[in-house]
Ligand binder design. Structure first.
Ligand code: GLN
Length: 541
C-alpha cells in the first residue's frame, strides 16, 4: 500500500496553533473517510513529557497506553474522537536514545554515527513503519517548534529527504502581523521565513496565516507570489471564536477540496452526518443556549491556562451535553489560604460548581481544601480530579470525621492521619520518568451511586497519573461518617471514586478530562455540569 504524508511546519513563532491546524486537517481527512493518524515530533531531549512542569510546558497529556505526551495529543484525540498510542510521539530524547542504543549494540559497526544519515534514516524508517503498520492512507506529521530552531533542523532535513522518496505535502503555518494604527498586514516576516524553508529544500503547498484580521486579498497575493503557489492556497486562519471552528473555516476556503486534490483523493465523499454533528457542536459554542452555570476551577497552575487544557475542554463538552452556557473562572488556590469561612464564601458564593484539578506538591493545597469545604457546606456541585479527589477525602476526614490535621503524606510526611499515602508499589520507585501509575485502568462502580448514574454502567476505564492513593485503613471510618466509596479497582484495593451522599460531589482518582471529546463528553463532567445547572436554576428562580 502506498502511503502519503503531510508535514505541518510553523514559522516565526510558537503558539500559533499548529496543533489545532494539524487536528483540523486530521478531522477533515476523517470526514472524507481517509484513514489517517498524526505523528508529533518534539525536539527537546526529554524522553517524554512526564518530567515537565505544567507551568512551563502546559498540561502533560496521558494516553491509554501510559504514554505521557505533549498536550497537542489532547487536541488530536478530541478532533478525531479516537484514542491514539504513544508511538505517535517522537521526541529528540527518544530518537537519540534509540540511535545510541543501536550504536551500543553494534548496529553501525565500523561507522561514525552521524545526524545525517543515521538519525535522519532512523526517523524516516520509523515514520514509514507507522504508516505501514497502521495501514494509513495519510500520515500527518506535525513538526514541533519553529522553522530555524536547531532542535528540529535535522527532523526537517529528514522530511526533505522523505519528500524525494515518498508523496509528501508540506503545509506551513505563519504569522502575518499588523502594527497598531498603521492598518497594513505585513508579509515581510513570512517572506523571510519562506526563504529559509526553501533554503532547506522545502516547498510548501499551502500557507496558513494567523493574523488579527482576515487576510486582505493583496496580502494573500503577495504571500502566494513569494511562496510560488496560487493565492487560493494561502489560507486565512484569523478570528475563530473557538478552536473547534477551524475545520469549518478551512472548508469555507475550499482547503479540504484542494488538499484532497493534492493527495489524489478528490473522489472521496464527505460524511455528511459527521460534519453535521461537528457543526452542531460549533454552533452551540457560538450561539445562544438554554441553561447557565458558573464554574470555578481552583488550582495551583492557573496562571498558565494550558496547564489545565483538557479540564477546560471537558467543561466545554459537558456544557454542550447540558445545553448550557458556562462562565468558567480560574482561581489561584493560594489566594484562598488563611481566610475565614465568610471570606471564602464571599469569593466563591456566585459559583454553582467547583472543580479542583490535578496537581503535585504542597503549594496551594490548603486553599483547595477551603474551596472543597465551602462546596460541601453550601450545596454546590463539586468535581475533584485526582488531587481534587484526594483533597476531598482529606477535607471530609478533617471537618466531618474531626480527624485534626488529617493529610496526605505527600504534603505532610509525618501526618497523624494519613488519609492519602504513597501507593505500595511506588515505595521502591527511585526513577522519576514514566514511573507513576499511568494510563487507562478499569474502575468498578457500585450501583445506586452518583458515579453509576453518571456512567450508566458498573464498568468504566479512565486514564491515571498519580503516585498517592486513598489509605484503605480509613475506609470504614469515612464511610461510617457518610462518605460514599462508589468506585474501586476491580480487585477493590484502590479507591477510585468517592462521593458525598447527599449532593453532587464526586472525586475521582482518575483524569476523566483526558478522554472527554465534543462527540463523547466525559460522564463525570457531564453529571457535574448537570448539577451545576440545577443549582443555577434554583438560585435564579
Ligand atoms: N500528587 C498526587 C499524586 O501523585 C495527585 C496527582 C495528580 O493530581 N495527577 O497522587
Amino acid at each position: 500500500m502506498k502511503h502519503k504524508y503531510i508535514v505541518v511546519t510553523g514559522s516565526l513563532m510558537s503558539g500559533l496553533g499548529k496543533g489545532i491546524v494539524t487536528s483540523s486537517i486530521l478531522k477533515l481527512l476523517k470526514l472524507y473517510g481517509v484513514k489517517s493518524l498524526p505523528i508529533k515530533f518534539d525536539g527537546y531531549l526529554n524522553y517524554d513529557c512526564g518530567t515537565m512542569n505544567p507551568f512551563r510546558h502546559g498540561e502533560v497529556f496521558v494516553l491509554d497506553d501510559k504514554g505521557e505526551v505533549d498536550m497537542d495529543f489532547g487536541n488530536y484525540e478530541r478532533f478525531l474522537n479516537e484514542s491514539v498510542s504513544s508511538e505517535l510521539s517522537i521526541t529528540g530524547g527518544k530518537l537519540f536514545s534509540e540511535v545510541i542504543s543501536r550504536e551500543r549494540r553494534g548496529e553501525y559497526l565500523g561507522r561514525d554515527v552521524q545526524i545525517i544519515p543515521h538519525i535522519t534514516d532512523y526517523l524516516k524508517s520509523r515514520i514509514k513503519d507507522v504508516a505501514e503498520r497502521k495501514k494509513l492512507e495519510v500520515l500527518v506529521i506535525e513538526v514541533g517548534g519553529t522553522v530555524g530552531d536547531i532542535e528540529n533542523s535535522y527532523f526537517i532535513e529528514a522530511m526533505r529527504q522523505l519528500s524525494s522518496e515518498e508523496d509528501v505535502t508540506f503545509i506551513n503555518l505563519t504569522y502575518v502581523p499588523e502594527l497598531e494604527g498603521v492598518g497594513e498586514q505585513k508579509t515581510k516576516p513570512t517572506q523571510i521565513a519562506l526563504r529559509s524553508l526553501m533554503q532547506m529544500g522545502i516547498q510548501p503547498k499551502f500557507i496558513i496565516c494567523r493574523s488579527q484580521r482576515p487576510l486582505e486579498e493583496s496580502t494573500r497575493e503577495k504571500i502566494a507570489l513569494f511562496a510560488s503557489i496560487k493565492p487560493q492556497r494561502v489560507i486565512d486562519d484569523s478570528e475563530i471564536k473557538n478552536i473547534y471552528e477551524l475545520p469549518i473555516k478551512l472548508m469555507r476556503q475550499n482547503f479540504d477540496k484542494m488538499l484532497l486534490e493534492e493527495l489524489g483523493f478528490e473522489n472521496r465523499k464527505m460524511d455528511k452526518k459527521g460534519l453535521k454533528s461537528w457543526k452542531n457542536f460549533v454552533n452551540f459554542l457560538n450561539d445562544g443556549v438554554r441553561n447557565r452555570a458558573r464554574v470555578a476551577v481552583v488550582g495551583k497552575y492557573v496562571k498558565l491556562r494550558d496547564s489545565y487544557a483538557s479540564v477546560k475542554e471537558a467543561v466545554t463538552h459537558a456544557a454542550y451535553a447540558n445545553d448550557a452556557k458556562v462562565d468558567l473562572d480560574w482561581i489561584e488556590s493560594e489566594t484562598l489560604e488563611g481566610k475565614s469561612g465568610s471570606e471564602i464564601k464571599n469569593i466563591l458564593d456566585s459559583y454553582d460548581g467547583i472543580i479542583v484539578p490535578g496537581g503535585f506538591g504542597k503549594r496551594g493545597i490548603e486553599g483547595m481544601i477551603n474551596a472543597i469545604e465551602f462546596s460541601r457546606e453550601n450545596d454546590r456541585a463539586y468535581l475533584g480530579l485526582c488531587l481534587g479527589m484526594q483533597l476531598m477525602a482529606i477535607e471530609y476526614a478533617r471537618n466531618v470525621c474531626k480527624l485534626k490535621n488529617a493529610n496526605s503524606s505527600e504534603f505532610d510526611p509525618k501526618t497523624k492521619h494519613e488519609i492519602i499515602g504513597l501507593m505500595e508499589d511506588q515505595k521502591s520507585v527511585k526513577l522519576k520518568g514514566g514511573t507513576m501509575r499511568l494510563g487507562a485502568w478499569p474502575v468498578q462502580i457500585s450501583k445506586g451511586t452518583l458515579a453509576y448514574d453518571a456512567y450508566g454502567s458498573q464498568k468504566a476505564s479512565e486514564r491515571h497519573r498519580h503516585r498517592y492513593e486513598f489509605n484503605n485503613k480509613y475506609k470504614q471510618l469515612l464511610s461510617r461518617n457518610g462518605l460514599v466509596i462508589s468506585g474501586t479497582s476491580p480487585d477493590k484495593r484502590i479507591v477510585e471514586i468517592i462521593e458525598w451522599s447527599s449532593r453532587l460531589g464526586i472525586g475521582t482518582q482518575a483524569h476523566p478530562e483526558l478522554k472527554s471529546r465534543p462527540e463523547d463528553p466525559a460522564p463525570l463532567f457531564r453529571a457535574f455540569m448537570k448539577a451545576a445547572v440545577e443549582h443555577n436554576r434554583k438560585v435564579s428562580s
